[in-house]
Design a protein around this ligand. Structure first.
Ligand code: AP5
Length: 210
C-alpha cells in the first residue's frame, strides 16, 4: 500500500508512521527527517534547508520533490511506503502524481491547542529518528532504541510552532480537498486525550487493517 500521512505539525504523523512501519513492514519516508539528517551532515542541501526549517517555513518544492523521487526508487519501496510530511503543497502533490500511484491519503486531524502542548514536550533522537514526549519519558533523556541523547527540535519553540501552524493552514490544508476530490482521502480524528496506542488502533481501523 502506498500511503500519504497528512496532518498539521504535531498531529502524530511520525509516531503513527513508525508504528505502521514496524507492523506492516513498509518504510516511513519522512521529508522532515531526511532534511534534518542533511542538516546534521552539513551537506549543501542541508545547509540551505536549515534557515527555512528553523523559521517554520517550507523548504522549496523543487528540493523536496527531488529527494522523494530518488527515495521512492529504492528497493525497500517496492511493496509500499508511508510518505510522512510529503506532499505539503499542491505543486508537490501534482509532481508526486507523475512518479507514484497513491492508494490512500490519511488525514490525521487534531486541535491546535493539543498540538502546541505536544510539540512543547516532544524530544527526538537525531540518530535513529525515534520520537518521545516528556510525559512518558519519566525524566530519561536518552533514546530507548539506540542510546543517543534526546534533543528538542529548534522548530518546536513556541513562536516557530505558531508559524508552522499558519504555514500548514495556508499551504498544506488545501491538500485535504485535493485528495478528497480524487477519492483517496480518509480521516482519523484524534481525541485530545487519546493515547498513542488508541490513536494507532484508529489508524489501523481506518486503513482496513483491524
Ligand atoms: P516535519 O518533520 O515533517 O514536521 P511536521 O510536519 O511539522 O510534523 P512533526 O514532525 O512536527 O509532527 P508529527 O505530526 O510527525 O508528530 P509526532 O509524531 O512527532 O517537517 C519539519 C520541517 O521540514 C517543516 O517545517 C519544513 O520546513 C520542512 N519540510 C518537511 N517536509 C517538507 C515538504 N514536503 N516540503 C517543504 N518543506 C518540508 O508527534 C508530536 C508529539 O506528540 C511527539 O512528542 C509524540 O510523542 C506526541 N504524540 C504523538 N501522538 C500522541 C498521542 N496520541 N498522545 C500523546 N502524545 C502523542
Amino acid at each position: 500500500m502506498n500511503l500519504i500521512f497528512l496532518g498539521p505539525p504535531g498531529a502524530g504523523k511520525g509516531t503513527m508512521a513508525q508504528l505502521l512501519m514496524a507492523d506492516a513492514g513498509i518504510p516511513q519516508i519522512s521529508t522532515g527527517d531526511m532534511l534534518r539528517q542533511a542538516m546534521k551532515a552539513g551537506t549543501e542541501m542541508g545547509l540551505s534547508a536549515k534557515r527555512y526549517i528553523e523559521a517554520g517555513e517550507l523548504v522549496p518544492d523543487e528540493v523536496v520533490i527531488g529527494i522523494v523521487k530518488d527515495r521512492l526508487q529504492a528497493e525497500d519501496c517496492k511493496n509500499g511506503y508511508i510518505l510522512d510530511g510529503f506532499p505539503r503543497t499542491v505543486p508537490q502533490a501534482e509532481a508526486l502524481a507523475q512518479f507514484a500511484k497513491i492508494d490512500v491519503a490519511l488525514n490525521i486531524a487534531l486541535d491546535d491547542e493539543v498540538i502546541i502542548n505536544r510539540l512543547g514536550g516532544r524530544r527526538v533522537c537525531l540518530k535513529c529518528g525515534a520520537t518521545y514526549h516528556t510525559s512518558t519519558l519519566n525524566g530519561k533523556d536518552t533514546c530507548a532504541n539506540c542510546g543517543e541523547k534526546l534533543v528538542q527540535r529548534k522548530d518546536d519553540a513556541p513562536e516557530t510552532v505558531k508559524n508552522r501552524l499558519a504555514v500548514y493552514a495556508a499551504q498544506t490544508a488545501p491538500l485535504i480537498d485535493y485528495y478528497a476530490k480524487k477519492g483517496l482521502l480518509k480521516t482519523v480524528e484524534c481525541a485530545p486525550k487519546a493515547t498513542v496506542q488508541e490513536n494507532y488502533a484508529k489508524v489501523r481501523e481506518t486503513l482496513g487493517m483491524a
